[in-house]
Ligand binder design. Structure first.
Ligand SMILES: Cc1ncc(COP(=O)(O)O)c(C=O)c1O
Length: 458
């Protein structure tokens, strides 16, 4: 008989205490943070689901590898091990280490893009968009229509709209499109995967027009496992075989090792193009460091070399994807509106549907995130009107799960708190802004709750 209990495929060797606070203390802490969860001291958070980036736990093998770190300025052994591990999975000719993903993006777009260029992606993450715009190019999102319907349950909602890509190339010409990107999994689109069929189709279009295809590969292992679970023909392949096939259709990638590198810092840029690699390394030396360390310590390179391989282990991925789905499915079963299906690294609650009595202008996502903190000391993040202003199409609350950090009982606790807030949702009040910075306002905004609960819709 199959077992249903999700167990962590690891034993705990070292623990980090987390602290309870009382509701009264949390009310005071939230007031002092001006109702902005970024402003809370991390110690005042019981379960921190703000991000899955750089917040994972390292394994005994990673800690052991750290002791092997070779801190030589040039030609370090740690770089050789790092390059071998990256090559084994990604297979690109040049591997350029960087301090995190956005540094790889900045170098890639500075070298490849010019003012007026367009860079299509399924959905750009905010740092890729910002780095493209910084060089005067335009970041274009070409997500399939299904990906924009939160409640629709479909297996590959991260796919790119291939016909829209063809139309863009026909409209602006291939010379204005220096590269195409695919983000696996699609973070800004709910952590949804891209199918191999879609990767092949996008790659075929790129090859026909001689446009390089790059992957934003942060969550490549989770995407590979979704393909194994959901795409016919891949059931018997290992996640590593699937990852290798994905990358074989591209010309390079950017990577934040803070996600599926299972490391707390680091990233890299890969390319098959010798001349681009030379220019990229020249830029790297200017701002990151020598090409055998790229802003990282030798010990970081070692941790990433091991982490990339561990992220592809099936026991780990089975637990990771099942645990995130468990959270999403349990709250959805009680009626909580979420982006369906649950993503690989996070569950996204639809705050507008959760709190229909709070209009977008009163920040329903922030109101819900604050309530989860007040009720149970859980920190999440609003992705909505506070983050994007009037351009926000949805108000979501993202619960991002750090890798190998929380146990199933922590997840059960999160379910319990969300359901408690769900049952008393009509009591939640909207907020108003008292301070906003001219850009990226969500990090530093100050808010205060409106006096009365917003009027019930008639
Ligand atoms: C899809 C995606 N791309 C790029 C990045 C940027 O990586 P980093 O935070 O390491 O700069 C992130 C980080 O969250 C991401 O989710």
């Amino acid at each position: 008989m199959p077992t249903h209990t999700i167990i962590e495929p690891f034993r705990i060797k070292s623990v980090e205490p987390i602290h309870w606070t009382t509701r009264l203390q949390r009310e005071e802490l939230l007031r002092a943070a001006c109702h902005n969860l970024f402003q809370l001291p991390a110690d005042a958070v019981l379960i921190d689901l703000l991000t899955d980036s750089g917040t994972g736990a390292m394994s005994t093998r990673q800690w052991a590898a750290i002791m092997e770190g070779d801190e030589s300025y040039a030609g370090s052994r740690s770089f050789d091990r790092f390059r071998e591990s990256v090559n084994d999975i990604f297979g690109y000719r040049h591997v350029i280490p960087t301090h995190q993903g956005r540094a790889a993006e900045r170098i890639l777009f500075s070298v490849m893009c010019r003012k007026g260029d367009r860079v299509p992606n399924n959905t750009h993450f905010d740092t890729t968009r910002a780095n493209i715009e910084f060089v005067g190019a335009e970041a274009v999102d070409l997500l399939i229509a299904e990906g924009r319907e939160p409640s629709l349950n479909s297996p590959f909602k991260g796919n790119m709209d291939v016909e829209a890509l063809e139309r863009l190339i026909a409209r602006v010409g291939r010379d204005r499109i220096p590269l195409v990107m695919l983000t696996i999994t699609n973070n800004s689109g709910g952590g949804q995967p891209v199918s191999l069929q879609n990767v092949r189709a996008v790659s075929a279009v790129c090859r026909r027009h001689r446009i390089p295809l790059y992957f934003d590969a942060c969550r490549f292992a989770e995407n590979s496992y979704f393909i194994k679970l959901r795409e016919s023909g891949y059931e018997c392949k290992t996640p590593k075989e699937i990852a290798r096939e994905i990358f074989s259709y591209g010309d390079g990638c950017t990577m934040s090792a803070k996600k599926d590198g299972l490391a707390n810092i680091g990233g890299f840029l890969c390319t098959n193009n010798d001349s681009l690699a030379q220019q990229e390394k020249n830029l790297l030396i200017l701002t990151e460091g020598y090409p055998t360390y790229g802003g990282l310590a030798g010990r970081d390179l070692e941790a990433i070399a091991v982490g990339l391989q561990e992220a592809l282990e099936e026991d780990y991925l089975r637990y990771r994807i099942a645990s995130t789905a468990y959270l999403g499915n349990h709250i959805a079963a009680a009626g909580v509106p979420i982006v369906q299906p649950p993503g690989g690294h996070a569950v996204y609650i639809d705050a507008r549907a959760f709190l229909p009595h709070i209009p977008a202008g009163q920040f329903p996502g922030v109101a819900l995130a604050c309530e989860l903190y007040l009720e149970g000391g859980i920190r999440s993040v609003e992705i909505g009107t506070l983050m994007f202003g009037e351009a926000a199409k949805m108000d979501l609350v993202r619960l991002a799960i750090p890798r190998r950090v929380y146990t199933q009982s922590h997840i059960d606790y999160v379910v319990e708190i969300i359901l408690k807030v769900w049952r008393q949702r009509e009591r939640v009040r909207g907020l108003q802004l008292t301070y906003e910075a001219p850009f990226l306002r969500h990090f530093t905004a100050r808010l205060q709750p409106l006096e009365q609960p917003a009027a019930q819709p008639v």
